[in-house]
Write a protein that binds this ligand. Structure first.
Ligand SMILES: NC(=O)c1ccc[n+]([C@@H]2O[C@H](COP(=O)([O-])OP(=O)(O)OC[C@H]3O[C@@H](n4cnc5c(N)ncnc54)[C@H](O)[C@@H]3O)[C@@H](O)[C@H]2O)c1
Length: 414
């Protein structure tokens, strides 16, 4: 029996999930998309037409996720790609309706709400997969392999600086991303990927200290079409809640500069911003006692490089150093053999392959009755780390990560 699911949220990422699901179907058939849900019927109809073009199959369309139950369609799970403020409400509802959950990051808008999901999941016994895509990049899998190896030595220091100067625009032309109580802000919405990767590579964090600020509170809301963004193809159909071309007051933090102490003893520095004029920069390093690794920008396909005693190692030289690296079978199935020189794949293809891997991970967790790679617990860890970057600036002091992620007291969200 195939596992039937409904995709809830048919905006930009909902469309990318649909393309990722179509890619998934090339590798596995156990998941069966049966319905689409969005407040805006124009968005769900667009996805439905796209799906029909690719597969010749029509999908049921609903405006409200409650109708998935009242309509009596047969369903086993939901896939949530709605705005961040709705993840907790829809995923709790789903588990209480006896449905498994796949959910975009962040697992919830606040740490308190995310912690509540643990109890709901324990009572329901349902699977919960957080769609955290960056760690599934084959180049990030290789990065992890190197850092965990003896040859890398002790991990000493991680440096992660990402500044994507927005020229005063709201990210992705989506008004909700300007509002902390709708999306958390860029440091949460995009920075959660930085947080998840730091945790994936270096393990749990003990303390965070830092500064956070809204550097650019007045933002222009410009649609993707107008801004000619590279994601415009995915967002062209979506309906914006706010009037287009207006100025929005952004109350979400847009810049953090932090220091991290990992439980292992390693140190880290993080900058995340979309507000520093003319600073467009994305560079991350991990330094071990025996070598340093320059990370690839996730989803770029660009290779990593190593520095050992001042000498650079790239491409096939990495094979000589790490000949035993192998991708797991799902990643190999979707991406083919690992290429030490990187992957020359368009963003659209890269993106859909990573999303296909998320569907494969979810279906494997059902088949094997195991946990998906990123579940509620891992989702809370990255949520807490991303929010700690902001919170340390608000409380003007050090954040103790284990207290912060369990008590969930966030001055920022009050
Ligand atoms: N993993 C990634 O790389 C990545 C990238 C972009 C977005 N995302 C995540 O995907 C989610 C969606 O982001 P987006 O950029 O597509 O936003 P979006 O505004 O384009 O899409 C959100 C859609 O959800 C619909 N919606 C909101 N609440 C709903 C509800 N209660 N019931 C039904 N429909 C509802 C809206 O009408 C809209 O169509 C966010 O959680 C975001 O963090 C993840």
């Amino acid at each position: 029996m195939r596992t039937k699911f409904a995709l809830i949220g048919c905006g930009g990422m909902g469309f990318r999930h649909l393309l990722g699901y179509i890619e998934y179907l090339r590798h596995d058939k156990n998941l069966d998309l049966v319905a689409l849900v969005d407040f805006n019927e124009k968005s769900s109809s667009f996805l439905s037409d796209q799906y029909y073009e690719h597969t010749g199959k029509r999908l049921d369309i609903f405006k409200n996720y409650n109708e998935l139950i009242t309509s009596n369609i047969s369903l086993d799970s939901v896939d949530i790609a709605t705005t961040n403020d709705t993840h907790h409400e829809i995923s709790s509802w789903a588990m209480k309706q006896n449905l498994h959950v796949m959910c975009e990051k962040p697992v919830a808008l606040s740490i308190k709400l995310a912690n509540e999901l643990i109890d709901v999941q324990n009572k329901s016994g349902k699977k919960f997969a957080v769609f955290e895509n960056f760690r599934r990049d084959p180049i990030n899998r290789f990065t992890k392999f190197i850092i965990d190896s003896e040859k890398f030595g002790e991990v000493l220091y991680a440096y992660d600086f990402e500044s994507s100067f927005s020229q005063g625009k709201v990210m992705h032309g989506t008004g909700w991303r300007a509002k902390k109580n709708k999306g958390g802000g860029i440091v949460l919405d995009a920075g959660i990927h930085n947080a998840d990767l730091l945790l994936y590579f270096l393990g749990p964090v003990k303390f965070v200290n830092g500064q956070s600020k809204i550097l650019l509170p007045q933002r222009k809301l410009i649609t993707m079409e107008e801004s000619n963004h590279n994601l415009k193809k995915f967002y062209g159909h979506r309906i914006e809640d706010y009037e287009s071309s207006i100025s929005i007051n952004q109350d979400a933090v847009d810049t953090v500069i932090c220091s991290i102490v990992f439980e292992s003893g390693a140190l880290g520095s993080v900058l995340i911003s979309d507000a520093i004029p003319n600073l467009k920069f994305n560079e991350s390093w991990i330094h071990g006692s025996k070598m340093s690794l320059k990370r690839s920008n996730s989803r770029s396909g660009k290779p990593i490089s190593l520095k050992i005693n001042e000498k650079n190692y790239e491409g096939e030289k990495l094979f000589d150093l790490f000949p035993n690296f192998e991708l797991d079978s799902s990643t190999q199935q979707v991406f083919g053999n690992f290429d030490y020189s990187g992957f020359d794949i368009s963003f659209e293809d890269y993106d859909k392959k990573l999303i296909a891997l998320e569907y494969l991970d979810f279906i494997n967790s059902l088949k094997n009755d195991s946990n998906p790679e990123v579940g509620i617990i891992e989702g809370i860890s990255s949520l807490s780390l991303a929010y700690s970057f902001i919170e340390s600036g608000y409380v003007e002091g050090q954040i103790n990560m284990s207290d912060f992620s369990s008590n969930g007291n966030q001055k920022y969200l009050i």
